[in-house]
Design a protein around this ligand. Structure first.
Ligand SMILES: Cc1cc2nc3c(=O)[nH]c(=O)nc-3n(C[C@H](O)[C@H](O)[C@H](O)COP(=O)(O)OP(=O)(O)OC[C@H]3O[C@@H](n4cnc5c(N)ncnc54)[C@H](O)[C@@H]3O)c2cc1C
Length: 455
């Protein structure tokens, strides 16, 4: 008789496949059910294709700024077919790499739509028309989310788009209204501006990226304005009409944005309908599954990880949650970082310039009355910024004035998403500013600004 623990996972995105791989390595018998493609929406529809488009848009705008590098400016043209192929290739490669890894680890992959029958039984309607039932000691729900659209629009995949219609869009926008100015909205505004579209960004508050450090948001706003992006601040889209040439987006303050396309980036809805969760008493809030620090729902053997858990909607967080679930079902976390601390998650915004942050934010510290030490160094003080012909941005490190412990930081500028790792490590490992200051950084490198900010 097989005495291995049995884990059934519903949803093969970063949370599901990280949990599957980690649990299989720990000797658990794993079945992973995915209705579309292993890799999930992250690989197929959101994170990877959007970053691929942004990379191509970035390369395109880079060719227009070559003169400062001692070269002639060139203007590149979009080859939509080649771009589409490139996105498909990357998606397929990532998905097949993950599937191959999971197969090699003995994970049973099932292509189908799953739902819970009771807390230990999962029913699957497989893509090939067959049905299956799996018994499980533990079940992980990692079904992700989908884009939210307001009730006054019906996306048509042509002119009225959700983010998932944009890789690339059926017709390339000459002009586009981006509704929503959170992380996804500003990334899409940047992406379409890089491809030469005239962009209008509808910003419901008085700053883009509400909740982010205002100084960081201001750098992005200035760059948007310099690139000709129109900002409709303090405006909410309340209506949309089709016109002969595109769309007219109507805002609650009377402003109207008339463009060839509109894209909605106003958040997401959890994929929890039809899973049988209400029937077996799994507690949810607004459709998101409530979890404890072990990613357990109120029913001990039912876990949730990834976006569906309503925590930080990031691929990196989803994967870490998946690994923590695997640890929990084989007896609990053993390493020094036993529990996932969402406050220490690094995140990045892939705009021009790039923005990244981790840990405590300056505004948050002031709001709570906590004493902090803030040091800020512009990249222009490094040789590498001059060599790169790009001196924009800065590094900001936030530390405890009494102990020197690094509490957080933000970086704006080239490679911010890579450079933030230094501060992320310091925050997670409770390092002090002196640990960064005394690290012998490479010269010439943008990382030298980190050491300087730590002084
Ligand atoms: C435009 C955009 C850009 C992003 N960029 C980044 C980024 O740069 N960095 C970052 O860290 N994060 C990014 N994110 C967030 C990231 O994509 C999500 O955090 C991540 O996808 C969450 O992973 P997940 O495992 O929870 O779910 P998903 O990746 O959504 O996967 C869930 C899977 O479950 C499957 N599923 C659902 N219901 C069922 C069912 N009943 N039966 C079987 N299968 C089912 C779905 O088909 C899907 O494949 C971005 C998000 C968006 C929208």
């Amino acid at each position: 008789m097989n005495s291995k623990k049995k884990l059934v996972i519903i949803g093969g995105g970063p949370a599901g496949h990280a949990a599957a791989s980690s649990a299989a390595r720990k000797g658990v018998d794993v079945v992973l059910i995915e209705r579309e493609v292993i890799g999930g929406a992250a690989h197929l529809l959101d994170c990877v294709p959007s970053k691929t488009m942004i990379a191509t848009g970035g390369a395109m705008s880079f060719t227009e700024s070559l003169s400062g590098m001692g070269l002639e400016n060139r203007s590149a043209e979009i080859d939509v077919a080649a771009l589409t192929l490139r996105i498909e290739d990357i998606k397929n490669q990532l998905s097949s790499d993950v599937s191959r890894l999971l197969n090699s680890q003995g994970v049973t992959l099932v292509n189908g739509t799953a739902r819970l029958v009771d807390k230990n039984t999962v029913h699957v309607d497989a893509a090939d028309g067959t049905t299956h039932t799996f018994e499980a000691d533990d079940v992980l729900i990692s079904t992700g989310t989908r884009p939210r659209v307001p009730n006054f629009v019906t996306p048509d995949g042509d002119r009225v788009l959700t983010t998932r219609d944009c890789y690339p869009p059926r017709t390339f926008p000459e002009s586009i209204t981006v509704i929503g100015s959170g992380v996804t909205g500003v990334e899409f505004a940047h992406m379409f501006a890089s491809f030469g579209a005239k962009v209008t960004l509808v910003v419901s508050r008085q700053q883009v990226l509400p909740g982010k450090d205002p100084e960081v948001a201001a750098v992005l706003e200035d760059t948007f304005l310099a690139r000709g992006v129109r900002l409709f601040k303090g405006a909410r889209a309340v209506g949309l009409e089709r016109t002969e040439t595109g769309v007219r987006v109507i805002c609650d303050d009377g402003r109207i944005s008339e463009t060839t396309h509109a894209v909605f980036a106003i958040g997401s809805i959890p994929n929890t309908e039809g899973l049988g969760l209400e029937e077996i008493g799994v507690e949810m809030d607004g459709g998101y599954i409530n979890i404890n620090r072990h990613c357990q729902s109120n029913i001990e053997n039912i876990y949730a990880a990834g976006d569906v858990s309503g925590k930080l909607p990031l691929s990196s967080v989803a994967s870490m949650q998946g690994r923590k679930v695997a640890e929990q079902i084989v007896g609990g976390p053993r390493g020094p970082h036993r529990h996932l601390d969402y406050d220490k998650a690094a995140s990045a915004i892939f705009t021009e310039p790039e923005i990244a942050d981790v840990g405590l934010a300056e505004a948050e510290a002031f709001a709570s009355g906590r004493k902090i030490r803030v040091t800020k160094v512009p990249f222009s003080s490094t040789a590498k910024a001059l060599i790169n012909n790009d001196s924009r941005g800065f590094v900001k490190i936030i530390s405890d004035p009494a102990t020197g412990e690094v509490l957080g930081g933000s970086i704006v500028g080239r490679h911010a998403a890579e450079l933030i790792s230094v501060i992320a490590l310091a925050v997670t490992a409770n390092l002090k500013v002196t640990d960064i200051e005394e690290s012998l950084m490479v010269h010439p490198a943008l990382a030298e600004a980190l050491a300087e900010a730590a002084e």
